[in-house]
Every structure is written in C-alpha cells, then in structure tokens.
Design a protein around this ligand. Sequence first.
Ligand code: ZN
Length: 350
Amino acid sequence: MVTVAGNVVSPYTSSEIWKRKYDNKTFKFNMHDSEGPEGKARYLVRTGGLKNEYLGVCLDEIRWGSQTTVMYEKSTLGMIDYILEWIKLNQGNLLWHEKQVPVNFTLPYIKHDLCPRNEKHEEVFRDIGGRVKCAHREIKRFKPSYLTSYDFFDDLSQTKRTEFFEQSPQEELLFDEDDIKAHGKKRIRELELKHEQELLEYEKEEATEEVLDVCGAILSDVGTILPLEELLNRLNLQKTGPRVYCAKNGYVLESFYTDIRRSKCKIDKQEPWEPEPFIDECQGHDLPPHETVHDFDGYYLAWMVQKWYEQVPEGKSPVYRSKPEEIARIKELSKAKHLNQISPRLLGAF
Ligand SMILES: [Zn+2]
C-alpha cells in the first residue's frame, strides 16, 4: 500500500490484476468485456475506474492483441482523451508503470544521417524549434502556360508543400472504330489537327517560369519537445484510414467500390471530343486512421507516455501538434457513422 499526499492508494500490479480477474467476475477490469476493449474503456472512463491504477494496466486492459501486434479501437485523438482522463483522475499520484523506465529508453525521434528525400542533398540548418533540416534549394523552370500545382502535407518536412508540374497535352490521341462511327471521319480529323497544333504550341513555348523548390526535410529532431499527438502518430503502425473520393452529390465515397467511384466521381473524366476542357478525376483523400496499432503492449506504451509527460516540468508538455481548428475538424470527421455523411469540406478538399 502506498500513501501519497494523504491519499491511500493501492494500485494492482499486473499479476494481482490477473488473479482478481480470475477470482471475481465483477472486478472492474472484467466488466463489459463482451463489448470488446472499447466497451470496457468506455465503462472504465464512465465509472472513474482509471483512478489509482497504473497507466500501463489501464492501457493494456483496453487493447486487442495478436501474436505480433496490439490494436486499440481508438484514433490518436481518442487515445489522447483516454490518457488525459487518467492524468486528470490521478493528478498528484501519477503511477505510470510498476517498473521504472529502463535506462536509455527514448522517445521516437527522427534521426537520419542523410536527407530522407534525396541522399545527395548536402546542406543543413537548424530551425527555431531546434530541428535539423535539409537546406537544399533548387530553381526549377516550367512553361508558364502549362504550369500547375497542388498543395499537400509533406511528411518529410512536416509542413504543407506545393508540388509544381506541367500539364502538357496528351502525347497521342487514339480513336477506335466506334469513335469514328459515332463522330464521323471529318470530326475526328479536325480533332487530330487541333491536337497536332496543341502539341506544336507546347513544344514551342520556352520554360521561363522559375519556381524555387526548398527541400526542408527533417534530418533530426533529437532533443526537441514532442507533443503527445506527434508521439502517438509516430508510434502508430496504422498510418492511414480508408481512402475516399469526392462524389457528385457533395459527399464522399469509399474506394473499395471502384465501379461506384467511376460512375459517381464528382470530377468526371472528359472524353477528348467533348467541348469541356480535360479535368482529371478526384485523386482521393486518406482519412486519419481509426485505430492505433503497436508492436508492443500497453505497459510499454505507458513508459512512452511517461517520457512524453516528463519532457517539461509540472505537466506542461504539449498535448496537441495540430491547431485547434484542425483538431475540431478531425473530431467532426470521426463522428460520421457512415462515409456518405462526410462532406468534402470536412476533408479539407475544397
Ligand atoms: Zn533534402
């Protein structure tokens, strides 16, 4: 029995937990077992069952397990809520694990000897957050009339990046017998001539538009302070959730049904003889992972969370990496029971 700040607490060790689970069917860690680990997690949170227990036990009791991996039916944000609930209930008496954190145990920092984007990149700099980044810069030239770009979140630099490319005319137009029957030889010939002209114009134009491309990939963030969200994202072996596609009615579709996707995709592919300009179809959006998968158990995860917590004194280690509006967006996304309730706006697509 341990006395901390006047409170008498008696956290169960893992072997005691096993014994109590075996002896007593109404023991709190046996309750709602039939609903799976998530049902048990909800029960423990609802009844204050996380109080005076090791975090390792509280985590290990709410996971599925296979021979090589364990899985929590929780997204990173769900894991954060559960861990924060445990911290709140055990304030002043944080018992992470019945064993001390092993010496040399470290958080999963990024550590590369060479730039992970291109090993030939040489120069580096240290940003204001203390991260070592690749300083490689390159000026790329494009033909201005064909220059186009898209933004994406770049994992290597952990920032939004813009990718530039040229949308050049198709190399070849291919028509089959059916096309000729449907549109007539004359119309097809017109299209071929128009296409040849487009190709000529493309080849004639000089690449005068200069775009500065800065690599910015992170080589090392050893010694920086990791938010809990970042830690959990890094540890999660499940990197993405389902892939979805914008649909005509302003909602999204799952990727598994490729036929539906083709027929209902919002941005339909145009045939070359159609008057509208060529628009490519939706490339899809990955939802955040719904589950958390590790190749270690809940006790080991508790050590990780302890290391995160102890980065800054007085429990001031940052919880979230994302901005509040981004957290709100992801929470709203995860509330949708069916994919067809998700609007492209929530995906950040428009
Ligand atoms: Zn680089």
